[in-house]
Write a protein that binds this ligand. Sequence first.
Ligand SMILES: Cc1ncc(C[n+]2csc(CCOP(=O)(O)OP(=O)(O)O)c2C)c(N)n1
Length: 372
Amino acid sequence: MKLNFLDSFDFFTGVPDSLLNPLCSYLYNRFGISDRHIVAANEGNAVGLAAGYHLATGKVPVVYLQNSGEGNIINPVASLMNDRVYGIPCLFIIGWRGEPGVHDEPQHVYQGMVTCQLLKDMDIAYFVVEKDTSEAALAEQMEVFRALFARGKQAALVVRKGALQYDGPKLHYENAFPLTREEIVRRVAAAAGEDVIVSTTGKASRELFEYRTATDDTHARDFLTVGSMGHASSIALAVALYQPGRRVWCLDGDGAALMHLGAMPVLGSRQPGNLIHVLINNQCHETVGGMPTVANAADLPAIARASGYKTVLRAENADELAAALERLKAAPCPAFLEVMSNSGARADLGRPTIPAMENKQHFMEYLQKNNE
Ligand SMILES: Cc1ncc(C[n+]2csc(CCOP(=O)(O)OP(=O)(O)O)c2C)c(N)n1
């Protein structure tokens, strides 16, 4: 389905998704990153921006998200946008990962099952878009939606895999940092030795998994946070607090860390003396197509410092990374290391072959065994 029906909307905000890549390219070409297209920290943040846009202009905003982000919109939709509160119209465009009957990764299976039910529960009318949805059918549906918007209601297009089509140039973002994320993951994992690692959502976890396989190592020391984007550092914090005898590393991404940035002062407030938070900053959501984050406009080490981390380091290349990892061996914790990365990734990167449930079991057994 072509995207020209969106030409009449002029404010977009959201968090990218691979199923929405054609939409992301359309937005990047039409607006770049600007006041008319804001890449939000999380989907709830996007709802707030959308509400403000409507208050200021009276017009209907568009919020795009992967269905994983439905949870993040529930509070501001129910308690702000809903027509029993302020009645703020909004068009949601939702990538439907884990649609029943379509094979997908474990983190998407349940979310995929409840995607439409959650919309019903939230009183958001929805229409499922597929590859062969005709322009006429969509136009008719948009008329129905416009009537709902006029009554202060919200509506959603739920987008099936492969349904969107955009013929313009593909979204492309790159930066000039020499290290790839995969190289950083490998070097950090090597430096962590026998310590445990909690890794973030997306390709960083996949690269860590492949590194363990390639080095014939166990996967049991790694907890792969395949879903729940932005929560890896909180998981790592509680593991560190309740496993005080071991060192815990968190491998984070800039998009993920920004998504729930409040986790950093929470972490700092507990002062875990055994936690190292490594943030791989490629300044974009590389895993889902490379839409830039706001990481290039934020001083993440300064945020770490202000959040109470005792050691704060930054590395831009292999030598600086080696020196930082050496320093971290004896540095006071909690420690924070920002490593700048380019936006490259291997085209043939695999996915974890161990089921999520087994990953959890092996990780917990590992923690228990070494406590005895
Ligand atoms: C709540 C939520 N919203 C969106 C997604 C889709 N998603 C998966 S990975 C990812 C990008 C992560 O970006 P970053 O942390 O910077 O890591 P990178 O992919 O650049 O290594 C996104 C947006 C998700 N999994 N969960």
